[in-house]
Ligand binder design. Sequence first.
Ligand SMILES: [Zn+2]
Length: 222
Amino acid sequence: MKFSPSKEDYIKTIYSLNGSEDIVSNKQLANSLAVSAASVTDMNNRLKKESLITYYPYKGVQLTDLGIQVANQLIRKHRIWEVFLFEKLGFEWNEVHIEADRLEHASSDKVIERLSELLGHPEYDPHGGIIPNADGTVDLDKVPLVSLKDITVGQSFIVKEVPDEDSVLLNYLSQKGFSLNHKYEVTDIEMFDGTLTLKNSQTGDAFTVSGQALEKIRVSVN
Ligand SMILES: [Zn+2]
């Protein structure tokens, strides 16, 4: 299956607004894509015809199983490109998302499967996001993750996922020396704004991370 880039982005937006489980309103879609209500209605009609969404009058839309499959296949393309850019072309982790957003629409399944092979069939992108399987399914039996804001003093955690679209946050985390799959211990939490003091469990280096950065960072606790 191959859809136009605008259609693919539309499906991905519904997915990112949790449209695989909940109904996403036309207003949410219009805001998120910065388009008019009329063009949302128009796109809804087109996707409905292709059985990618279910339309609930006055409520909004939800992805069908086919829609979820298409969204996951697109996310697969995006994340495999991110791994390639990061591992093979030397891009920084805060640079790869924008490039992958363009490349994902331009690549055939064949190119993606060759890339995946070249990269040793990676399971995660450089931000820790799970790479869906080629058939559009996702293995959710991986370790359950929690938000870093739910970790308390004395607990240790391993950083598993950071939001890939926020390059300012990624830059900030890199500067702090905070990296994926590394283990840290929370040694202090500032009551005023939730700033954490962390200790790198391997090197013993201590540093602080702003409370504002915590919500979207996902970690495993052990
Ligand atoms: Zn990305």
